[in-house]
Ligand binder design. Structure first.
Ligand SMILES: [Zn+2]
Length: 195
């Protein structure tokens, strides 16, 4: 079954679907992960402008931990097969080395984001619906619209299974069944009700 002939996909995008979370969802929405895994500080977001490179800092898109670990919000898409560019999206966190973190901020500040610019990045969340995704390695690509970089999981995986299913599902895309399964893994079960 492809999205074209799957009535659930049509319904999800037109009238929407009633969800176990109490809302009615119309079309794809990102799964927003609040902080990097293990973040011990306050979960209240400060403004990006208040960024401190020493000590602890958390905004919606930036995180500095003990002045030593640097993370950024990234978008991690899984394309819906047959409906591209529609994608199931995690708004998750990835860690960077300090020069790449600062280089990205400098490019963003100066309007020099470039979609061919990439940096090595490491996913620092455990995504529900997958075996442990913590520390999966990949590349973060700058986005010229100024939105969070796109994270592509690929390459050697020193801390993980090189055949991790997130790698193949990001590369090959997912079907509508898997999409509903991944939403349900975040308490968005839309298949329980037929309304
Ligand atoms: Zn929901």
């Amino acid at each position: 079954m492809t999205p074209d002939n799957d009535p659930r996909w049509a319904r999800f995008n037109a009238q929407g679907m009633q969800c176990s979370c109490g809302e009615r969802h119309v079309g794809l929405f990102p799964i927003h992960i609040q902080t990097p895994l293990g973040w011990p500080g306050s979960k209240t977001y400060e403004p990006d402008d208040a960024l401190r490179m020493d000590g602890d800092f958390l905004s919606r898109d930036l995180c500095v931990w003990e002045g030593k670990y640097f993370s950024m919000r990234v978008r991690l898409p899984l394309q819906i097969n047959g409906a591209a560019p529609a994608a199931f999206m995690y708004a998750a966190w990835a860690s960077f080395n300090r020069p790449d973190f600062e280089g990205y901020l400098d490019a963003r500040r100066n309007g020099r984001l470039n979609k061919t610019a990439r940096a090595q990045a490491r996913l620092v969340n455990r995504l529900s619906g997958f075996p442990d995704t913590f520390k999966l390695m990949g590349s973060a690509f700058q986005q010229e619209d100024g939105g969070p970089p796109l994270l592509l999981i690929h390459g050697p995986q020193p801390d993980n299974d090189p055949n991790h299913p997130l790698i193949s599902q990001q590369r090959q895309g997912i079907g509508v069944d898997r999409m509903f399964e991944l939403f349900a893994a975040y308490e968005h079960n839309m298949l329980a009700s037929s309304s």
